[in-house]
Each structure stands twice: as structure tokens, then as C-alpha cells.
Design a protein. Structure first.
Lengths: 432, 433
């Protein structure tokens, strides 16, 4: 019992550190994130049927039922995303190119598991199943600045989990998914300058929400059918976060005192209360792993119920006229993952894999806020083990084919987005 | 056998590609009125003529030598400008002198033959107007339609008929035969125009007529008293104060034209109870509901005629009425910028409240281009970025000479000179030379 308390204290310490720095890149299947542990990453995320380290808390809760003793698994993923945009006529125009400016992101993850009895293992994890950062370079002149200059969806899941062995080779896992998140949106407010009949920037509006807590659950099964074959499946339920926040209007000087006076009279001043919300979709994963000698192969399929992401509604509680309803109309999406491991002696392993990730965003919803695209992921990873200690590392190269709005963007902001990203996950494990 | 096969293949190829054969912009000509002429802010002036809808279409089609009757700054009449914005906007001509024609010596008809003020009847029959726009543009070389045919065009846009209804709105009077062309006459004249132009074998697109009761010229001033600073109704005892019209307080569905602004500034049309003169507004600045209905009816009937005639001649028609009604009702979102039909700040209409500004013309040009492309064209749309000022350094605020508005009653002041100039562009149909 004292051990469990210590573990919880450790988890809370991690949480305190992580809460402030848990944004993650956009442009992944909607805004889902799969970089939750470097061993799983080495398999290109195909890990549901193995779930053989504490990141099972994310991948398949049943996996922890097979983990020995007490285990800690902690690390982070460095993500360097890159987005370029080429405009199309009539707006913003074929000569326009824009660049994303997201910088380096580091979503952390931390897991702890502890065997409680022959059949029962408890665990707690912190991971980032969803997250988003979009930010555009030169925000003052960015052609999409009236739609979005910057958007952040920060958050993490605190995921207490119990794994239970139904039989020697069959386990069930259940987790409580406590989802913390907050949103930040920034854009410009346009007006037509009556003197010049040109559009100018009247104000900046910054929307910032509190951190909301939502609750969900996850259930997993893992069957070790034979010495060489295992199968796993997990369902993670949808979670709704409802945010309270404020939108702050900061008027920008136009260079004309009369116009400034008019705008002051017409613009909302200062901070306006807003409410908004996001429903994170359900995720179902299933996979099969096969081991022969020094080789392990796994193939997984993931399904995200993105069809629940129909719109992003921002309600100005005191100024209903400013309320917005951003239609998204996402479709359910699939991911296909293949990974292979080769163990080299007792201490080393190398891994590689590939995944394909469908985009849930229909063409009209591909926007400066959510420049979504399908992805091809190429994974390379390795492990080193020494006694009770091990380290995993994995590198992903994520390449998206050019995603065009095909002239049908909902805000008439058309063109093509080209995304790629490099991610490097480094995790350390310790058993005791 | 082989030749027959080739002939069949050629036929198939021709059948597959009729559209591209249709859009040949080698010689592009437009027939029309002030809207097609690029008339903006009560002026025909080269800065805006170069951004007229036909000029934009020509540019996007890569047409060389698209000639227009360019007028130097400050235009004819001198272009209206926004002089000041607070306490209430003041609009006045830029200058007391006019610009001059720059392209009179062109030895052939202009490609843009559109004449500000021209009705359908004018386009078909008028060759002169005693020193007005017709003389300036037609130069004694025949009517618009005759000159268009003489150019042996490969593509024509027909955008005529607005002045067969617009004068009624601008003059606040809907009188058949005086401010409105009778609809049966419009139909027969439009048919003659189409028949004459169709005989050239050119690819033709036409546009129908917007509902002129949605333009800022008639929607900006409310039929009740408003606070100029906020636009909100002035309430006394919780009630709105109707302006005084020729037959008593105006009903809430009356339209008041921009021309009323100078009268309101003098207290005319404003009840004595709130400090006005109690003198009613004259009929010519008010469109009562029955006048609106007459105007709308003419627009609808004429649009039906345009549809019937063009349909029979296989001419695609741009539904500008629906497009502009949608802008007036819902606005048009371009990259997060909502363009509306609001006066001064809506982004679509120029300072005269009747004609589109550069942005509005670019939006309309893109609608024409979409229609042309749907019929086999492959014109790139006009890049709206620079027109909006979003993607170039074109933005920037013009320093204005300040002339504060005199009135506590008007939402803005449309100077008397401005109104006189505007009326000159819309002469009474029955008073023409």
C-alpha cells in the first residue's frame, strides 16, 4: 500500500510537469496521437496484440496483466512538424505560399504498473491521445489570419488501469480515462476600411479556455493463443470536454483616427465570456502478433469514430451575435499498421514498420485551423537492455501526400497543404 | 474505309470538344450599361474601368487589345469619395472638374461598348445623346449592338436591362413608361438584341437583373429615426419614430433612398416632437411598398424574358439576382472575411450605393468565369487577394480632408452634388433626347 501511494505521488509529479507542456502536432488522423511509447512506435504503432510494456495502459489495458513486478516506463516524443500551403485562385490566390510555424513539440508519457496478485495488476498512466497545434508563420500577414493564426488543443489522459488474467493466456483490462484539456485559438478580425475599400485587420481575438476534465473508459482483451501467436483488441470510449473561457479582443490601430473611433464603438471591448467543447472520438484497435525465433511481427487496424466531430461551436454567452459554429463533418477513419522486430541476443532489438493513416476531414473542412491530410508513417526503432533497466528509441518519418481543398473549402480559402513530420521517441523502462 | 473511320473519329472529337470550341476569346465584346462599363462611385474613370467585369474576364482569358473608353482621373462625373467618417460619414465628389477621355482616337469600336445609363432600348437603337456617355463611347459609329456585330466577335457578354428598372429605385418613383420600361417592350427589345448578336456566331453569355430593392442606395437609410453613431433606432416611450413621408409616417417596410440624406440633415422628414421640421420627405426619395412591388415585378418578369430568350438561343445566363440576394441576406465569406451589401463597410458596393466597387466587380467577374468554365471555358478565377488588400501591400489608409458632418439625424451625408451627378446618369426614360 505505501508503494501504491508512492506510485501515485510519482504520477502526480509527472502530471504537474506535463500539464504545462502537452501540446502535440496536428495533421495526424484528425488530431489523434499514437506516439505513446517507443517500443510500440518501433512497430509503427502496431502493438495491441503485444502490449508488452507499461504503455499497454494506452495500447491495450489487458497487456498489463502479464507484466511482472513493478515497472516504470517514462519518456517523451520530440515532434518536428512541417507544413507548407500553396494557395489557389480566387482566394487566397495561386501566388500565395504559407508556412507552418509550430516548432518542436514534446508530448510526454509516463506509466507505472504493479502486480497485486497472481491474476491482478494495477497501473496508472499519463499519455496524450489527442492534441493539436497549428501555427502559421508571419501571422500579421498570413493570408488565412481571419480564420486562424494559431490553435492549440492541449491535454492529456490520466488513465488508472487494472489488468486481470482470466486464464494463463487470456487477460482483460479496464481503465478509467480521465481526460484533461484546454483550447487556445487566435485569429484576426477583418473589416472593410471605408476609406480605401480594402480589408484591414481591426482586432486580434484570443480565445483561451480553462482546463476541463472529462471521463471515459477503455477496455482491452489480450489472448496468447499459442507460444507464437497472440491477438488483442481495445476499445477506448469517446470523451467530451466542455470548456469555459474568454475571448479577448485587442483593437489594432488602423492609422486613421476616425476609423479607429468607429471601430472602438463597434468592436467588443476587452474580454468576453465564451463556452465551447470538443468530443474526442472513440478508438477501436485490433491486432495480431506472431513470433518465430528472434522475430516478431504484428499487424493492427485502428478505427476512430470521427463522425462524432461534427462541429466546433463557440458560444459568446453575453454576445450571441459573435457566436460561431465551425462545421467539420468528419468521417470515421481507419489506420493500418505493420511492424517487425528482430532481437539480437539478450540485450538488443531492432524494429521497423509502416502505417497508413486515413484523413477523417472532408475537403470543405481542410482549413488553416485543421489542415488535415492522410499520412504514411515509416518507423525505425531499437532497444537496449541491461538487467532491470531498458531503453527504447524510435524514429518516425511521416509523409502526407499533398492535400488539396479542391476548391470547396467552407470558408473559400482554397489551396493545397503539404505536411511532413519527424518524430523521435525516447523511453526508459525500469523493473523492480 | 479508312477515310470514313477518320471522319467518324473527327466527328466524335468535335462532339467531345464543343465546349472548348465555344469559348474563343480572340475578339471579346461586351454590350451593357454602367455595371459592365466599370462605373463605380458615380464615375467612369480608368482606375475602375480597368477593373470592370468585362476587363477582368478579358484579362483572365488572356485577351490582347481589349479596348475600353478610358477616362482620366477624377473621372466623369468626378468620382465620389468618402470625405470623413465621424460624427457621420460625408461623401462628395473628389473634384469639381471632370476627367477627360483618353482613348477617343481608337479607329474601331471599343470592345467594352457598355454605356452608363443605357437601357435595353438604347443598346439596340441609340447612337447619340447630345454629348453624354453614348456620344463618348459610341462616337457616331452606330448603336452598341451594331458596333458589337461590326467587330465580328468570337465571344460576347450581354449585361443589359438594369436601367430598365434601376431608374425607378434611384428616383423613388415606379411609373411604367417613365422610370420603368414596360415589360413587353423589354421582352421584344431583348429578343432583337440577342437575335442580332447571335447572328455573329459568337459564344455568348448573359446576366439577369439584380433585385434593385436590395442595393445600399435604398436599404441604408431606415424609415425610422436612427442614432447616427450606432445605427440603432431612436426610441421614444419604447417606440420607434417613423420618418415623415409624403402621405404621413412611413411604414416600417418603406425604403428611403440615399438622396434623402441631405434633406434629413435639414430636419426634413423628421417629426417636430424630436426637433425636426415636421416637413415630409418628398415622394422621390421614398419607395413605398407598392412601388417596391412594381419594381420587383418588373425585375422578375424581365428576368423571365431573359431566361426564355437566352434559353431558346442556347445562351447561358448568370443568375445575378440570386447571387446578389444571397450577398444581401447571408453575406459572402472569403477566407473569414464576410462581404455584405452594407453601405461603405460591406465591401461589395461603391460610394454611390448602386454600383459594385472593385471587390464587388471581381466577385461578379468570378461568377461569370464560373459560368463560362461550366460551358467549356478554362479561365482562371480572378485572384481576390490583392483586390481585398489581404495579400499585397495595397492596403493603407488614405489621408482624408476632414469635413465634419453637420447633422445629428443622418447616418451619413450624400452631398447634393453627388445626387445631381447620380441623377444625370439615370435620366428619365421619357425625357431622353
Amino acid at each position: 500500500m505505501p508503494m501504491f501511494r508512492r506510485a501515485r505521488a510519482a504520477a502526480l509529479a509527472v502530471l504537474a510537469g506535463a500539464g504545462a507542456l502537452a501540446p502535440a502536432p496536428a495533421r495526424a488522423a484528425g488530431f489523434a496521437i499514437f506516439e505513446q511509447g517507443a517500443k510500440g512506435m518501433g512497430f509503427a504503432g502496431a502493438f495491441t496484440a503485444q502490449a508488452s510494456d507499461p504503455s499497454a495502459i494506452f495500447h491495450n489495458a489487458a497487456g498489463i496483466a502479464f507484466l511482472k513486478g513493478k515497472q516504470v516506463y517514462i519518456g517523451g516524443t520530440l515532434i518536428q512538424p512541417s507544413t507548407t500551403f500553396t494557395g489557389a485562385d480566387p482566394f487566397p490566390g495561386a501566388s500565395v505560399t504559407e508556412k507552418g510555424d509550430v516548432g518542436l513539440l514534446v508530448p510526454p508519457a509516463a506509466y507505472y504498473t504493479q502486480r497485486f496478485s497472481e491474476r491482478v495488476v494495477f497501473g496508472i498512466g499519463l499519455h496524450t491521445p489527442f492534441g493539436l497545434t497549428t501555427s502559421w508563420a508571419n501571422p500579421d500577414t498570413y493570408s488565412g489570419r481571419f480564420l486562424s493564426q494559431k490553435a492549440e488543443l492541449r491535454g492529456f489522459s490520466l488513465n488508472p488501469t487494472v489488468g486481470y488474467k482470466l486464464a494463463d493466456r487470456l487477460a482483460l483490462g479496464v481503465g478509467l480515462d480521465v481526460r484533461f484539456s484546454s483550447v487556445k485559438l487566435q485569429r484576426r478580425v477583418p473589416v472593410v476600411n471605408p476609406f480605401t475599400q480594402k480589408v484591414i485587420d481591426a482586432a486580434t481575438v484570443d480565445l483561451e479556455s480553462n482546463t476541463d476534465v472529462g471521463y471515459g473508459f477503455n477496455v482491452g482483451m489480450l489472448a496468447k493463443i499459442s507460444e507464437s501467436l497472440s491477438a488483442g483488441a481495445q476499445y477506448r470510449h469517446k470523451v467530451k470536454n466542455n470548456y469555459d473561457g474568454s475571448a479577448t479582443f485587442t483593437q489594432l490601430p488602423t492609422g486613421n483616427a476616425q476609423l479607429d473611433a468607429r471601430l472602438t464603438a463597434g468592436l467588443p471591448q476587452g474580454s468576453q465570456p465564451v463556452t465551447t467543447g470538443i468530443e474526442f472520438p472513440a478508438l477501436f484497435s485490433g491486432g495480431v502478433a506472431w513470433t518465430a525465433g528472434d522475430w516478431t511481427f504484428e499487424g493492427d487496424i485502428d478505427w476512430y469514430q470521427w463522425s462524432t466531430f461534427r462541429q466546433l461551436t463557440i458560444v459568446f454567452t453575453e454576445r450571441p451575435d459573435l457566436s460561431e459554429n465551425i462545421v467539420e463533418d468528419y468521417k470515421n477513419s481507419w489506420q493500418y499498421r505493420l511492424g517487425l522486430e528482430r532481437r539480437i541476443g539478450e540485450r538488443y532489438a531492432v524494429r521497423g514498420g509502416y502505417f497508413f493513416d486515413q484523413s477523417p476531414a472532408p475537403d470543405p473542412s481542410v482549413s488553416p485551423l485543421l489542415p488535415d491530410a492522410e499520412r504514411n508513417g515509416f518507423a525505425l526503432g531499437g532497444s537496449w537492455k541491461s538487467g532491470a533497466f531498458h531503453a527504447d528509441a524510435a524514429l518516425w518519418y511521416l509523409l502526407s501526400p499533398e492535400r488539396s481543398t479542391n476548391g470547396v473549402n467552407r470558408d473559400d480559402y482554397n489551396g493545397s497543404y503539404k505536411n511532413h513530420a519527424v518524430t523521435l521517441g525516447i523511453f526508459l523502462g525500469f523493473s523492480f | 474505309m479508312r477515310t470514313r473511320l477518320l471522319a467518324v473519329l473527327a466527328l466524335l472529337a468535335a462532339a467531345a470538344l464543343p465546349a472548348s470550341a465555344q469559348t474563343n476569346f480572340t475578339t471579346y465584346v461586351t454590350v451593357g450599361d454602367s455595371l459592365a462599363a466599370g462605373f463605380e462611385s458615380n464615375s467612369l474613370v480608368e482606375t475602375h474601368q480597368n477593373r470592370s467585369v468585362p476587363a477582368l474576364i478579358a484579362r483572365q482569358a488572356g485577351v490582347q487589345g481589349f479596348q475600353q473608353p478610358l477616362i482620366s482621373e477624377p473621372g466623369i462625373p468626378p468620382e465620389l469619395t468618402l470625405v470623413s467618417l465621424v460624427p457621420a460619414p460625408v461623401l462628395a465628389p473628389k473634384s469639381s472638374t471632370s476627367g477627360a477621355p483618353k482613348n477617343l482616337a481608337l479607329a474601331r469600336p471599343y470592345n467594352n461598348l457598355a454605356v452608363p445609363g443605357a437601357t435595353s432600348i438604347d443598346a439596340l437603337t441609340r447612337t447619340t445623346d447630345g454629348g453624354g456617355f453614348h456620344d463618348l463611347i459610341l462616337r457616331g459609329l452606330g448603336t452598341q449592338v451594331q458596333q458589337a456585330v461590326a467587330l465580328r466577335p468570337t465571344t460576347i457578354t450581354i449585361w443589359i436591362g438594369n436601367n430598365d428598372v434601376l431608374g425607378a429605385a434611384v428616383r423613388g418613383r415606379a411609373v411604367d413608361g417613365v422610370t420603368l420600361t414596360p415589360t413587353d417592350i423589354f421582352r421584344s427589345v431583348y429578343l432583337q438584341i440577342v437575335t442580332a448578336l447571335k447572328s455573329t456566331g459568337a459564344f455568348i453569355v448573359a446576366a439577369n437583373l439584380p433585385d434593385v430593392t436590395t442595393i445600399p442606395y435604398v436599404t441604408t437609410i431606415k424609415p425610422y429615426l436612427t442614432n447616427p453613431a450606432t445605427g440603432a433606432p431612436v426610441l421614444v416611450g419604447g417606440n420607434q419614430i417613423p420618418l415623415l413621408g409624403p402621405v404621413g409616417p412611413l411604414p416600417s417596410n418603406a425604403l428611403v433612398t440615399i438622396a434623402a440624406s441631405t434633406l434629413l440633415a435639414q430636419g426634413i422628414g423628421i417629426p417636430t416632437i424630436v426637433g425636426g421640421t415636421g416637413v415630409p420627405l418628398p415622394d422621390e426619395v421614398v419607395l413605398d411598398p407598392s412601388e417596391q412591388a412594381i419594381i420587383r415585378d418588373h425585375v422578375n418578369v424581365n428576368n423571365k424574358s431573359i431566361q426564355d430568350i437566352c434559353g431558346a438561343a442556347n445562351i447561358p445566363v448568370l443568375d445575378l439576382r440570386t447571387i446578389l440576394n444571397d450577398v444581401a441576406t447571408n453575406g459572402r465569406n472569403v477566407g473569414g472575411i464576410t462581404l455584405t451589401s452594407s453601405f461603405l463597410s460591406g465591401g461589395i458596393f461603391s460610394y454611390d450605393g448602386v454600383h459594385p466597387n472593385d471587390i464587388g466587380n471581381a466577385v461578379v467577374a468570378n461568377e461569370f468565369i464560373n459560368l463560362i468554365n461550366a460551358h467549356g471555358g478554362s479561365l482562371p478565377p480572378v485572384d481576390l487577394g490583392p483586390v481585398l488588400g489581404v495579400t499585397s501591400a495595397e492596403a493603407g489608409v488614405r489621408a482624408s480632408a476632414l469635413r465634419p458632418s453637420s447633422s445629428r439625424w443622418v447616418p451619413f451625408e450624400f452631398s447634393a452634388e453627388a445626387y445631381a451627378d447620380l441623377l444625370a446618369v439615370f435620366p428619365r426614360l421619357d425625357g431622353r433626347p
